[in-house]
Design a protein around this ligand. Structure first.
Ligand code: AMP
Ligand code: ZN
Length: 472
């Protein structure tokens, strides 16, 4: 097994990866809050996690992957105040919160499928794990980490040693009223709710009995409870977007380590944001792009995947349709290369082409060198293009490397086929050929235009042949 290096947010440096158990890597990724569609920024985070998973598998590890579905209890602000996102979504659409959760969970899974993102081994819903969350809060209560206010059970962050260690938080320097507001009854600015009481005189759609009163879990407790339930008290990798570093993941560490007294997670990996030309892409900002919108505009999920692959996961990525078009062109060129390779193999009379293993290994090593350097899949893509230009490789060797690398890219390159040309188009091409022979140039041009409208373009080659290409 080759060495794999990952950037660990905990400590802010690249580290050699070693799993707790020899062959199985346990990963937890924070999933969606299902009160709306995921936007294409959210999807960038799930894409980066997919690349991580595929690279681990490529390196010979088995991966056990858990993703949660947040279907309860997130409040609109970071400060455990304001409206509940789920109830807000339900009100907007005139549905129950349960219907909203179900609908957007399915929409989310569909998006992942379009992007060829591998599903996790376990999807776990917050509402299916209320008991585990209550037990974790009880554990924290027993160890003296909690206090009760008029609106809930809170975590006293001053009791947890090294509370800001992941985010390198400057606790003293946190400015009140900025990102974290300081409600009257909170003892410290960074304290957060573990359990919120249902407001008096208001019937919430989602609420549960607890030792502290009827209510619902706080923002962060579900991820601590469910990750430890499925992966153990200490596991290998925890991921999410960079916005989770200062609050959500910092609080997860405080909850889990406060209860168990053990290290919670060994490697914390965070993906940078996708931004729009206008700035941040956020669901709360109202206007955001979703994958179905891209599909409607004629892009495929894999076009968007290729676009995301052009930038390292720890760099900000600016989205624009111009950049997406350029990525799509690159992806189409790659598919054309693959079709040419397939054609040359099927036309080749010599079916027993000798495979040059040392040259194959040379390229494979180069590929691994890139992807194992903190998930540099962009570099891996560069290796693919360089390899395609290597004249010392025959088409069969090239294709075998393309398929091998695609286990990491996930671009479904094996399925790339020359487009079937419908009979209707073939007939029109024949008609145009006849018109040209009769020097009926105007008619020939009109037929070409008709063919173009039906989605195909004609390329007349110097040898007199006409190539038919589907317009992508
Ligand atoms: P949410 O559904 O808001 O909890 O977000 C789901 C995931 O998307 C989390 O891991 C976030 O960190 C991540 N995320 C949110 N906004 C963006 C963005 N603009 N670009 C990349 N990832 C994001
Ligand atoms: Zn989480």
């Amino acid at each position: 097994m080759k060495d794999l290096y990952l950037f660990n947010t905990l400590g802010r440096k690249i580290e050699k990866f070693t799993p707790i158990s020899e062959n199985i890597v346990k990963i937890y990724c924070c999933g969606p809050t299902v009160y709306n569609y995921a936007h294409i920024g959210n999807l960038r985070t799930y894409f980066f996690e997919d690349i991580l998973k595929r690279i681990l598998i490529y390196n010979g590890y088995k991966v056990y992957h858990v993703v949660n579905i947040t279907d309860v209890g997130h409040l609109v602000s970071d400060a455990d105040e304001g409206e509940d996102k789920m109830e807000k979504g339900a009100k907007r659409e005139g549905k129950t919160v349960w219907e909203i959760a179900e609908y957007y969970t399915e929409a989310f899974k569909k998006d992942l499928h379009e992007l060829n993102i591998l599903y996790p081994d376990v999807w776990c819903k917050a509402t299916d794990n209320i008991k585990e969350q209550i037990e974790l809060i009880q554990c924290l209560e027993k160890k003296g980490f909690t206090y009760i206010t008029s609106d809930g059970v809170y975590y006293d962050t001053s009791k947890f040693k090294n509370y800001g260690k992941l985010a390198l938080l400057d606790i003293e320097g946190l400015e009140e009223g900025k990102r974290i507001t300081f409600s009257e009854e909170k003892k410290n600015k960074t304290d957060f709710a573990l359990w919120k009481f249902s407001p008096k005189n208001v019937k919430r759609q989602m609420e549960w009995d607890s030792p502290w009163g009827k209510g619902f879990p706080g923002w962060h407790i579900e991820c601590s409870a469910m990750s430890m339930k499925y992966l153990g008290e200490t596991f290998d990798i925890h991921c999410g977007g960079v916005d989770h570093i200062p609050i959500h993941h910092t609080n997860e560490i405080a909850q889990s380590e406060g209860c168990t007294g053990k290290q919670f997670v060994r490697y914390w990996l965070h993906g940078e944001f996708l931004i729009q030309e206008k700035g941040k892409m956020a669901k709360s900002a109202g206007e955001f792009l979703t994958l179905p919108v891209l599909l409607e505009k004629g892009y495929s999920g894999l076009d968007y995947r290729y676009f995301m692959m052009m930038t390292h996961y720890r760099k900000k990525l600016k989205f624009s349709f111009k950049a997406l078009d350029s990525a799509k062109r690159g992806f189409n060129n790659l598919k054309d290369e693959i079709i040419k390779l397939k054609d040359s193999i099927s036309y080749s009379k010599d079916s027993n082409i000798v495979i040059n293993t040392s040259r194959l290994n040379f390229w494979k090593d180069k590929f691994i060198e890139n992807i194992n350097d903190d998930l540099n899949v962009t570099g891996g893509l560069g290796v693919l293009w360089d390899m395609l230009k290597d004249n010392s490789l025959n088409p069969k060797e090239k294709l075998s490397l393309v398929y091998d690398f695609d286990n990491v890219f996930g671009l479904k390159l094996k399925e790339v086929e020359r487009e079937e040309i419908p009979d209707e188009i073939l007939k029109l091409v024949e008609k145009r050929k006849a018109a040209k022979l009769n020097k009926q140039w105007k008619e020939a041009d009109e037929i070409r235009e008709e063919i173009r409208k039906k989605g195909f373009e004609l390329l007349d080659h110097k040898n007199g042949e006409t190539e038919i290409k589907k317009i992508k």
